[in-house]
Write a protein that binds this ligand. Structure first.
Ligand code: ARG
Length: 476
């Protein structure tokens, strides 16, 4: 019995690479080696790449116009069928590429069999993933920008809102909440810059590299490059089919972004607590406890904080996947997709959650102010004031330290001490010291680029939109 007879007997779909095989693939091996369950999400990119390849083949005279027309029509039809959820994905057909190619052959016969001329799944898959990551970068950039705009909006409402600034999570100096929010803005703006940088490096075209060495057909890669919107052609076929450093770039940037989001998340969780009460997150972003009726938990913030774990894991997975792989394509590379897709989703959904949630938070100005008053947050201001009266800084530090000790022992803040009490620590002190011991005096005095003075925060907010528009300018 020949192989094709046995296949028609069992109704198993023929393998597109089945020619040199006599035995059937083991059923377990078939599902173990298949990627269709997770790479089908690249179907649009796969079809886009195939159409461009077919058009190029037609333009250089390898495909007839008639074959080309049938291929394009067949692929469009398949795309619609998939989009409508009517396509039957087959594990026996291994991956998204062979599912679509086989479906095309089912539909249009010989013309479909000509599509793979001068191409391999190796350059095909490398092209598909790059197109996919490129699209993902654009979508995430839009979400990241929405988040950043929300932060600017929030900051603009709180340029004068005073809260304690922390180091070691101990009250350090008063800052404005607007300044704090603009710190988040800076962190997440750099993440957007990284995304733009990744997109630039992703947008180079492997197609035309074929299996590894190129192809003997008279292909014109500039045609496919143009059709697919790539900025450049990958210069070395061996490299182009095998490297996945762009996926590592992406997961690294995702891990950094999630690290940033987790820091903001941690502040949300902390600030929502009864001990801080700096903010209240809207009910829509919180959940209750099944046992403790009083609970309102900041689940979305906690979940984003928790997702840092998978973002880091995905980066480690890809770094380890690529380590030690000899040129060129190895089946190992099929393992690139799940971590990559997971990082794409994680970044996308976390940015979306925060873009919705952060601007909607209620800010408890009174609690912030009260916390800033407590904890001797203007102690540095007193020391600086003494220095301006001519005292060496180290001596001023000592004097203020004594004043703080007195405040701790007697439960009184610096600004609430009488002039006589303060003069007991240094005879240089006079009534004008109270100007800097107030919270407003303290923040207003830090009036330079990057400082917390409301005046500076207003300027930072005013500049923010322009800076945001300059990065990833293709997305608004
Ligand atoms: N599903 C494969 C992957 O994701 C496609 C490329 C297969 N190439 C090959 N020579 N087996 O990597």
């Amino acid at each position: 019995m020949t192989r094709s007879q046995s296949e028609s007997d069992t109704q198993a779909p023929a393998k597109l690479w089945g020619g040199r095989f006599e035995g059937n693939t083991d059923a377990f091996v078939e599902s173990f080696t298949a990627s269709v369950t997770f790479d089908q999400r690249m179907y649009r990119q796969d079809i886009q790449g195939s159409k461009a390849h077919a058009t190029m083949l037609m333009e250089v005279g390898v495909l007839t116009e008639e074959d080309h027309a049938q291929i394009l029509e067949g692929l469009s039809d398949i795309e619609n069928t998939i989009a409508e959820g009517r396509f039957e994905w087959s594990v026996a057909r291994e991956d998204v590429h062979m599912n679509i190619e086989a479906a095309l052959i089912d539909r249009i016969g010989d013309a479909g069999k000509r599509l793979h001329t001068g191409r391999s799944r190796n350059d095909q898959v490398a092209t598909d993933i790059r197109l996919y990551v490129r699209d993902a970068c654009d979508e995430i950039a839009a979400e990241q920008k929405r988040l950043l705009k929300g932060l600017v909006q929030l900051a603009s409402q709180h340029t004068d809102t005073i809260m304690p600034g922390f180091t070691h999570l101990q009250t350090a100096q008063p800052v404005t909440f607007g300044h704090h929010v603009m710190a988040w803005f800076e962190m997440l703006l750099r993440d957007l810059e990284r995304l733009e940088d990744i997109r630039r490096r992703v947008n180079r075209m492997p197609l035309g590299s074929a299996a590894l060495a190129g192809t003997s057909y008279p292909i014109d890669r500039s045609i496919t490059m143009r059709l697919l919107g790539f900025d450049a052609i990958a210069e070395n076929s061996l490299d182009a089919v095998s490297d996945r450093d762009f996926a590592i770039d992406f997961t690294a940037a995702a891990a950094i972004t999630l690290m940033h989001l987790s820091r903001i998340a941690e502040e949300m969780v902390l600030w929502m607590s009864a001990q801080f009460q700096f903010v209240d997150l809207p009910d829509a972003f919180c959940t209750g406890s099944s046992i403790m009726p009083q609970k309102k938990n900041p689940d979305v913030a906690e979940l984003v904080r928790g997702k840092t774990g998978r973002a880091n894991g995905n980066l480690m997975a890809l770094l380890t996947l690529m380590k030690g792989q000899p040129l060129t394509y190895n089946k190992d590379n099929q393992e690139d997709k799940e971590p990559l897709f997971d990082s794409i989703d994680t970044w996308m959904f976390s940015a979306r959650a925060f873009a919705d949630m952060l601007p909607a938070m209620h800010v408890n100005k009174a609690a912030m102010r009260e916390a800033a008053i407590k904890g001797f947050s203007t102690a540095t201001d007193l020391a600086d004031w003494l220095v301006k009266q001519g005292m060496p800084f180290r001596d001023a530090h000592e004097v203020v330290g004594k004043a703080v000790k007195h405040g701790v022992d007697n439960q009184i803040d610096l600004g609430d001490m009488s002039l006589e009490t303060l003069q007991g620590f240094s005879d240089k002190i006079n009534a004008s010291v109270f100007d800097v011991l107030t919270l407003e005096g303290s923040v207003n005095s830090r009036d330079h680029i990057g400082g917390t003075a409301p005046n500076q925060v207003k300027q930072a907010v005013a500049k923010a939109d322009g800076r945001l528009n300059a990065i990833y300018a293709t997305v608004s």
